[in-house]
Ligand binder design. Structure first.
Ligand SMILES: *Cc1c(COP(=O)(O)O)cnc(C)c1O
Length: 368
């Protein structure tokens, strides 16, 4: 009889993300207004596309297992040594390595309930014990509660996304510093900065290189390269060596390395994306006023709009899908009464606004 290991057999069959491709199949649509996964609506840098296109014929080669050129460029950007950086196939990949390296089966790992789900997915997958703190009633992560639980349970890793997903809330430098200082020194802070490019570097936790801090960055959001799968971690040389023991050395797409390097050099394009994203957030705030619904202040490339309760938010999300507009909805209270919409181009925002107006005005919705 063929069976997976008992540990794997015991895992729940989780699907952290249902892809828009599956939704299109189920709904018989050939196209969706993609505003559900916080992908960049503004694409990758034209320079990145050009560099990747030029290198395509060499796709028969493996990527550089050490990502030497890219790590040099990243070290210059962050004012650190290349030995303090490891490149992975996106933050999701690096998060798995962090859990595998630092959380033994049966050991606790702490997060906010309902935050970005991949960390929880890895903790469960590697046999760790997930511990969580709910969001505050205003939808912000509860730093005090996280610290209180951390002091009591001494988790191996405390996961925190800043700016947070799905709330979009940003915790400023001083508050982050106090949070980091207050955590037990035997707990590692895994700081997910997927949306760091949308805020000023000076607003973030200072560039500390200590064993109990690992920061995660990605080319998936502001750099618009989600499909290329590339991101990196910043930490001490000792932690980076630990990653080196378990990472897949040919796990990085060669084209992604080339595109990421070119994207890093195109500051003008990144600035354009960041300003267009701010414009999109402002447009969604205006839409919230027009509709008379609450919204959460966001510093990321998405905004949460309040739809009264979880059941109504789910119905509105499904009705939007029927009209060809794909958004997502946070799963855990209090954010589960919101829908989360990614920053779109002007035509995408218009399609979303029109569909949302129509859905809310439809007689079926007023019965809820
Ligand atoms: C999108 C997102 C990620 C995924 O990053 P990849 O580099 O594409 O794996 C990680 N964390 C957060 C908070 C995100 O929103």
């Amino acid at each position: 009889m063929i069976r997976p290991t008992p540990a794997v057999e015991g895992l729940p069959a989780t699907t952290p993300f249902i892809g828009p491709e599956q939704l299109m199949r189920e709904s018989g649509r050939r196209e969706l207004v993609r505003l559900g996964a916080n992908e960049s609506a503004f694409g990758p840098s034209p320079k990145a596309i050009e560099a990747m296109t030029a290198e395509l014929p060499r796709l028969s080669w493996y990527g550089d297992p050490e990502s030497l050129d890219l790590r040099d460029a990243l070290a210059a950007k962050h004012g650190c040594a290349p030995s303090q950086i490891v490149v992975g196939a996106g933050i999701d990949d690096l998060m798995g390595l962090a859990v595998r390296a630092f959380v033994a089966p049966g050991e606790p790992a702490l997060m906010t309930r309902g935050t970005y789900p991949t960390f929880l997915y890895h903790v469960v997958g590697y046999g760790g014990i997930p511990v969580d703190a709910p969001y505050r009633s205003d939808g912000k992560p509860d730093l005090e509660e996280l610290v209180a639980i951390a002091r009591q349970d001494l988790p191996r890793i405390v996961y925190f996304a800043n700016p947070d997903n799905p709330s979009g809330h940003f915790t400023g430098r001083d508050e982050m510093q106090r949070f980091y200082d207050a955590l037990p020194h035997d707990s590692l802070l895994l700081l997910d900065e997927a949306y760091a490019d949308f805020v000023d570097e000076a607003e973030l936790l200072p560039p500390l290189f200590e064993d109990r801090l690992i920061r995660l960055r990605t080319f998936s959001k502001a750099y618009g390269m989600a499909g290329a799968r590339i991101g990196y971690a910043l930490s001490t040389e000792s932690n980076i060596r630990t990653f080196g023991k378990i990472r897949l050395h040919y796990g990085i797409n060669r084209n992604a390395q080339i595109g990421a390097l070119a994207a890093l050099e195109d500051d003008a394009f990144t600035e354009y994306v960041v300003s267009e994203t701010a414009r999109a957030r402002a447009a969604y705030y205006e839409l919230a006023v027009e509709l008379g619904v609450p919204r959460i202040e966001s510093r990321a490339n998405f905004v949460c709009l309040g739809m009264e309760n979880a059941q109504r938010a789910t119905r509105i999300m499904n009705e939007l899908l029927l009209r060809g507009v794909w958004v997502r909805k946070p799963g855990a209270p209090p954010l589960d009464s919101y829908i989360r919409v990614s920053a779109g181009t002007e035509p995408m925002r218009r399609a979303f606004a029109e569909a949302l107006h129509a859905v809310i005005a439809s007689p079926r919705m007023s019965l809820s």
